[in-house]
Design a protein around this ligand. Sequence first.
Ligand code: CP
Length: 316
Amino acid sequence: MSHYIRADGRFAGRDIISVRHLSPEDLEYIFRVSHDMRMLVGRIGSFDLCRGKILANLFYEPSTRTSASFVAAMERLGGSVIGINEVHYSSVAKGESLPDTVRTLECYADVLVLRHPEVGAAAEAAKWCKKPVINAGDGVGEHPTQALLDLFTILEELGGVSGLTVTLLGDLRNGRTVHSLARLLAGYNVRLQLVSPPSLAMPAELLSELDAAGVVVETVARIEDAIPHSDVVYATRVQKERFAQLADYEAVKDAFCITPETMQKAKKKMVLLHPLPRVNEIAVEVDDDPRAAYFRQIEYGLYVRMALLAMVLGRA
Ligand code: CP
């Protein structure tokens, strides 16, 4: 095991709240450890790197992938998990505050993973928690571990990021995964194409950040016009739960759908990603296309989350 896992304590005790806090060296290190985790899981499945450590997995919003992959990651590292996936059955239902919940769980656990509907909730939790806090999605804010696994997927599938044209498609206003990914990609030499209904355009603040970072950003009205130039297409779900009026959601919910016909216009070497869950953004007939990488992307997430847990616990 020591052949693969390099000793480096730079992440021990650190919170993972926003991709903005990660330097290029941090990213290189995370991806190197993630790659090591991939190799190790392929060889031996599970190992005892985090034996004796406990993760508190606290989810105030629904999740399949993020929650399950953190559980799987901790168990493959030999640790164990306190899972609170349905906060209505916890003392949150009695009115307990986030700080009190966090200060309770830190008494039992060594690391806290938090998904919460409010922007800034993970940062707030980290203020109260002496143990490392990992943001698993805070409202329409960020989803840093998803963006890390998205970028890791691109690296593993295409061998690099520099020079790529990346198309971000769908709900660019409310999609926290796309916010974190755009910020991460700004650190690389990429060109971005943005495809969304006007009402779901990327927030102006984020566009300013990309501009300040010198990223070339082009808005394209139709995916059919963007896909021929794309090395990566990152499709996202229209986030129904973020709309105040159902009619506004209904007006845009089926704005885009990638079909086998759309894929005929794409390069032979490209990857189609989606953080999932999908609703109507990618037809199931596309799933067998070798460029459709969204189920492989889920597996890459396991390795990235194993790496992050081991790193913040000082075991990688
Ligand atoms: N990608 C993602 O965050 O999926 P879940 O909502 O299922 O965790």
